[in-house]
Design a protein around this ligand. Structure first.
Ligand code: UDP
Length: 234
């Protein structure tokens, strides 16, 4: 499949049209941003890792009954995906307190929850992706109640599947962000699943193997991304 006109360039990916109206090509970059674009940098090799990792995880989720936008891998940075209408919600699932949850609620990082949490942020850079709830999402016409119910239930199933998958690689899935899209009337999983969008801690040492190394200037960022790659075996 061939790249036609570029539709969009985001912080970490470019998106191109193809000759199939149902399909797009996403092209992953090494650029990294944090704190709503205030911190910028590059992580060498990140585009390749995030692309291949997302594709491996999407294929695993598909095998387990979760429809995703993944179609086929073109090469290490480029993938054919279904052209969806993105639901403008960041859907965050947490198993362990960290990041904004810890900061906002005064809970120590690493506190394990009895059951996972699901939360929504309104995907809007100008507003700084504010935290909202179901009724706000409906009032803002971002999604219907039925879509929200489906998104929550899919997000929790994805959490169970990913937790098990990462544990086999000695990695604890602390939290992650998902995005969903509409495709021929169905809600399907879109965007990416990578160390940019997940918190991944070593099972024994709690060493951070994710983008917090970039956000918090912890060093060895490339090493952490490569470690995840080698543990997942791609
Ligand atoms: N996350 C993301 N994109 C965002 C915000 C959060 O991928 O714009 C991911 C983040 O990597 C983490 C989870 O969602 O795995 C929860 O992030 P949190 O709300 O704690 O925000 P942060 O501390 O990253 O600002």
């Amino acid at each position: 499949m061939e790249k036609l006109e570029q539709l969009y360039e985001g912080k970490a990916k470019k998106v191109f049209k193809t000759d199939n109206k149902d399909h797009l090509i996403v092209s992953y970059k090494d650029d990294a941003t944090a704190f709503n674009g205030l911190k910028k940098g590059t992580i060498a090799g990140k585009g390749e890792i995030n692309n291949l990792m997302s594709n491996q995880l999407f294929a695993y989720l598909e095998e387990n009954g979760i429809e995703t936008h993944y179609v086929e891998t073109i090469d290490s940075r480029n993938t054919v995906v279904k052209c969806v209408e993105i639901v403008p919600l960041e859907v965050i699932v947490r198993n362990v307190a960290a990041g904004s949850f810890s900061k906002r609620l005064g809970v120590e990082e690493g506190t394990v929850f009895e059951q996972p949490t699901v939360e929504f942020s309104y995907k809007n850079d100008d507003l700084g992706d504010p935290l909202i709830n179901d009724s706000f999402a409906i009032a803002l016409k971002l999604a219907t109640q039925e879509e929200i119910d489906e998104i929550k239930s899919m997000a929790l199933r994805v959490n169970e599947l990913l937790k098990a998958y990462f544990l086999r690689a000695n990695i604890k899935l602390i939290d992650f962000k998902l995005e969903f899209g509409r495709f021929h009337g169905r809600i399907i999983l879109a965007d990416e699943i990578s160390p940019d969008t997940c918190r991944l801690w070593d099972k024994e040492t709690n060493e951070k193997l994710d983008k917090d190394r970039f956000r918090r200037d912890l060093g060895n960022i490339e090493g952490a991304y490569s470690e995840v790659r080698s543990r997942l075996g791609f």
